[in-house]
Design a protein around this ligand. Structure first.
Ligand SMILES: [Zn+2]
Length: 334
């Protein structure tokens, strides 16, 4: 994409962007780069994204272009559409004024969606003051500004795209440390801001994010708490025990550990956040041989296997089983 178009897309979210190295405010310079007062400089890419982690060594990435092609094939098959739907429903349930239901579902209510415009940035730096954490929710709903959704570890951007399409009033940011993933993501969805960035150093100001999505990817809860508004929500999606059970069964002989448990992940989450709701998305669908191969090649479960070992594996159905967890961070908790 042309750099002026990318610069124009960045302009509405520019007030919340922060340098991942020093925390200084990022500003657009000459329409070609984002720079901070300490002169850290990140160039806009004509491919439609900004690399905020240019020193990250991409050569050892297991998450390479081939893997994201496999994932794109799986997403195109619609296997994860109910997951995207569940995340969107959870956003509407948790923050109905910011993530409104579709017009048909609003019976007799005038739309409470905020007017699109520049993002609201809290006047204070540092962490949110006590009175902000305790202020009534309706105060936030009345605040003008565009709801900000951040997809941390967005991969090729499937969920970012689905949510931006469902909630056209929001500003959406997709971040991933893999450049291949972001290049894949940036090929479509022109209204989303894509960044190569580390989710442990999110490039946004304190208390500016309304909804943070963390799907099948590691979390940094201290960092999530820093960037979320006090009334903002984290939606974390984790595998249920039988997620991709057919893959696990087919390659069981090659796996170090047999059964999978999400208990440790959930315990870690509960140590940092209050669970507001939990929804299980579970369905088993038939797959073609080509889709089975795509599933095999998109999951970290098979990273220890060679191409030859993967080539003969097949199965005829696949189970998608995920927990959609809606949480509110406990601000101030370590
Ligand atoms: Zn800086």
């Amino acid at each position: 994409m042309k750099l002026p178009a990318l610069a124009a897309r960045l302009t509405p979210i520019q007030p919340v962007l922060r340098c991942p190295l020093c925390g200084g405010q990022l500003a657009l310079t000459d329409g070609r780069s984002l720079t901070c007062p300490s002169r850290h400089c990140f160039d806009l890419s004509a491919k439609g994204y900004v690399n905020l982690a240019p020193t990250h060594d991409q050569t050892g990435e297991k998450y390479d272009a081939a893997l994201f092609d496999s994932r794109a094939q799986v997403f195109a098959g619609g296997f994860y559409a109910p997951v995207a739907q569940a995340i969107g429903d959870a956003l509407t349930q948790a923050l109905p004024a910011l993530f409104p239901p579709p017009p048909a579902a609003v019976s007799g209510l005038s739309s409470a969606a905020p007017v699109p415009g520049a993002l609201h940035v809290p006047p204070t730096g540092g962490h949110m003051p006590e009175q902000a954490a305790g202020r009534p929710a309706e105060r936030t709903i009345a605040t003008p500004g565009t709801p900000l959704l951040l997809d941390a570890g967005c991969g090729e951007g499937y969920y970012t795209r689905a949510l931006a399409a469902r909630f056209p009033n929001i500003a959406a940011m997709g971040l991933d440390l893999s450049r291949d993933a972001i290049q894949h993501a940036a090929r479509s969805a022109t209204q989303i801001n894509w960044f190569v960035a580390d989710l442990t150093r999110l490039p946004v100001a304190d208390g500016t994010v309304d909804a943070l999505i963390d799907v099948l990817t590691p979390a940094d809860y201290a960092e999530f708490a820093r960037v979320l508004k006090p009334e903002g929500v984290l939606i974390k999606v984790v595998p249920a025990e039988d997620y991709l059970g057919e893959v696990r069964g087919a390659v069981a002989a090659h796996l170090r550990s047999g059964a999978f448990s999400n208990e440790r992940v959930l315990a870690h989450l509960r140590a940092h956040a209050d669970l507001l709701s939990q929804t299980t998305v579970r369905h088993t669908l038939p797959v073609t041989a080509a889709q089975a191969q795509a599933f095999l090649r998109m999951t970290p479960m098979t990273f220890g296997l060679t191409q030859d070992q993967l080539a003969w594996v097949t199965f005829s159905q696949i189970t998608i089983a995920l927990e959609v967890l809606v949480c509110r961070m406990r601000h101030g908790a370590a």
